[in-house]
Design a protein. Structure first.
Length: 308
């Protein structure tokens, strides 16, 4: 059915009272999968004329109106009924906060901007679903961290806290933390009770470079032979190490994570166009990319940890 049919209303923030300007609202005709989008004005008002849809609209079509803004979204679906709403359809939209898992090495918006993509909700024909992007990105980052033997931070400069317990062996007091790279050591304490008694940790702790040293490459902790701060005998859980771990995300690791994710979701051609380093006619792109990936990984694998 040709002709104008406006869908209109006001977009409110999650508080339900604050109008939001300059946010994009999209309508999709579920019968044709075609969409149109408009931006709210300074008063938070939007108007979407379904007459501008490719293929227009028909009475009885289901229309989905939606928007995403920062960490919130709103989705509403209605059926065109010209007998009840002959002059158009009014629908105010109040955002609802969404809680979704994130990728540590890049944000979904980083990915969309870098590859010049849209979300599925905005472009159902060519867009990418955010939940699929995040799930695949988490797989890619896990592989990168395992290959580097590093844990990177969570995209906002935060690190992680870990407590490890080590058995005391008199002839070999070298301990390997379960997480790395170590960002900072909070405390290293020894167990003052004998084996069989409840744990009781000394209150003063050991001092780095006096009572113990940390290898800057392997993060291994070595108790100094001259320290007097020792468990009373060889015993399980003789030592308690509390530390923070993680590494700031370098630009090349962030880029590699986005490339790996794109390839996993079938966007290898976009990676090839963006990466710009594959010149050989004799070598296929994926073989070249495997070499490129290894070079990036090797910059961090078994290297000294320095935060920047």
């Amino acid at each position: 059915m040709a002709g104008s049919y406006p869908v209109y209303g006001i977009v409110y923030d999650t508080d339900g009272t604050t109008p939001l300007a300059s946010v994009t609202v999209t309508a999709r005709n579920e019968s044709t999968n075609k969409t149109i989008s408009e931006t709210t004005n300074t008063s938070g008002q939007y108007v979407l004329d379904l007459g501008n849809l490719t293929g227009s609209w028909n009475n009885g079509d289901n229309i989905t109106v939606y928007l995403k803004y920062q960490s919130a979204e709103k989705v509403v679906t209605f059926t065109i009924d010209t007998s009840t709403y002959p002059g158009g359809y009014e629908q105010d939209l109040t955002l609802v906060t969404i809680s979704v898992a994130q990728v540590k090495l890049f944000t979904a918006q980083n990915f969309l901007d870098f590859f010049e993509l849209k979300t599925y909700e905005t472009d159902a024909e060519n867009g990418i679903k955010i939940d699929k992007l995040i799930l695949t990105g988490q797989m890619a980052e896990k592989e990168i961290e395992e290959d580097c033997n590093y844990t990177f931070d969570d995209n906002d400069g935060s690190y992680y806290t870990q407590t490890d317990y080590f058995d005391d062996v008199a002839d070999y007091r070298v301990f390997t933390p379960t997480k790395r790279p170590i960002y900072s050591i909070t405390s290293l304490n020894y167990n003052v009770n004998r084996d069989g008694a409840a744990d009781s940790w000394d209150t003063t702790g050991l001092t780095e470079n006096t009572d113990y040293t940390k290898n800057p490459i392997t993060d291994q902790i070595k108790i100094s032979s001259g320290t007097s701060k020792m468990p009373s005998d060889d015993r399980p859980r003789g030592w308690k190490l509390v530390y923070t771990y993680g590494r700031t995300v370098p630009a090349d690791i962030k880029l590699l994570a986005m490339f790996d994710t794109a390839i996993k979701v079938g966007l290898g051609t976009l990676v090839k166009s963006k990466i710009g380093g594959h010149k050989s006619e004799a070598q296929d792109f994926m073989s070249w990319y495997a070499e490129y990936r290894l070079k990036v990984i090797n910059r961090y694998r078994n290297q000294a940890f320095v935060n920047t």
